[in-house]
Design a protein around this ligand. Structure first.
Ligand code: ZN
Length: 301
């Protein structure tokens, strides 16, 4: 009898809890950075999931059926765009059988449309040459100025999909922009320290970070984005780095370290591994992520 009453109470609890949980707008982001921005802007009105973790290279995510299932319930899909997710996201969109998040639907937001992309090719580049940045550089979320524009764009799209929450989204977007600008003001000293410092990068992913901080990327260990390093290029890179006075190799933690370590040793410098993205699953905010990256750079470069 007691068990029965307990079960009934539990059911009642589920009943009361269910409508509130379902009322949240379901947002799925391809990367933890985008998830963190959506969460900052959407607050309690949205539930946010990231399809990849900071330990994964966002170019190469396994299009697992569990991710397609995640996407099948989504009301808004946020992508970095500029072909970053070309190798896996179209498969998941198709597999999700969710019309709301397909290309061209209002529930799909390609965030690269919100920023000015660097390294847009002036001549036709195709992937057969191995270059995985044929539409320009997609790594813009390492620049908080770009992240601000993305957050504003996400806020607008949330308001469009959920008009009842529009004032809340606007308020939260403003608060986020303020916190990001305050953080940038705090970073000023670090930026002065980094300005003009030469570094070597692994992948062509630090272009926006360099533009924001003033760091100078002498060259990359990959000869082309996505192409593994070859000995001839690496030898040329070491000579150039020595000439330019670069001693630190900077890369996201998910890239291979063998060649980078070798290059750092040849330069009598060191390898600095920065986090690949915001630790959204661990509760980190985008601002805290950028702060962490900047701290590592000022201490290590
Ligand atoms: Zn890339």
């Amino acid at each position: 009898m007691i068990r029965m009453i307990f079960s009934l109470l539990l059911c009642a609890a589920c009943f009361w809890a269910a409508p509130r949980a379902e009322a949240k707008l379901s947002v799925v982001a391809t990367t933890p950075d985008l998830a963190a921005l959506a969460s900052a802007v959407g607050g309690e009105r949205v539930s946010v999931k990231a399809l990849s973790s900071p330990a994964q290279d966002p170019h190469w995510v396994d299009a697992k059926p569990s991710l397609a299932l995640e996407l099948s319930h989504a009301e808004l899909l946020l992508a970095v765009g500029a072909e970053l997710e070309l190798g896996w996201l179209p498969t998941l969109q198709l597999g999700s059988r969710n019309g709301r998040v397909q290309l061209g639907a209002r529930g799909f937001l390609d965030c690269s449309t919100l920023v000015d992309l660097l390294e847009r090719p002036t001549t036709r580049v195709d992937r057969s040459q191995g270059d995985i940045h044929p539409s320009g550089n997609p790594h813009y979320l390492l620049d908080p100025r770009a992240a601000e524009r993305v957050a504003v764009g996400i806020g607008k799209r949330l308001a469009e999909l959920d008009p009842e929450g529009s004032s809340l989204y606007l308020e939260r977007t403003k608060a986020f922009v303020t916190s990001l600008r305050d953080a940038r003001a705090r970073f000023q000293k670090s930026l002065e320290k980094l300005k003009g410092r030469p570094i070597v990068a692994y992948h062509r992913s630090l272009a926006y970070l360099a533009e924001w901080t003033g760091l100078v990327v002498v060259d990359h260990i990959e000869s082309k984005p996505g192409v593994p390093p070859d000995p001839r290029h690496v030898a040329e890179l070491i000579a150039l780095a020595r000439q330019k006075g670069a001693r630190t190799v900077v890369q996201e933690a998910f890239h291979p370290t063998r060649t980078s370590q070798l290059v750092a040793e040849k330069l009598a410098g060191k390898l600095l591994r920065i986090p690949g993205a915001t630790n959204f699953q661990g509760g980190q905010s985008y601002v805290a992520f950028i702060e962490q990256v900047l701290k590592q750079l000022t201490e290590g470069v």
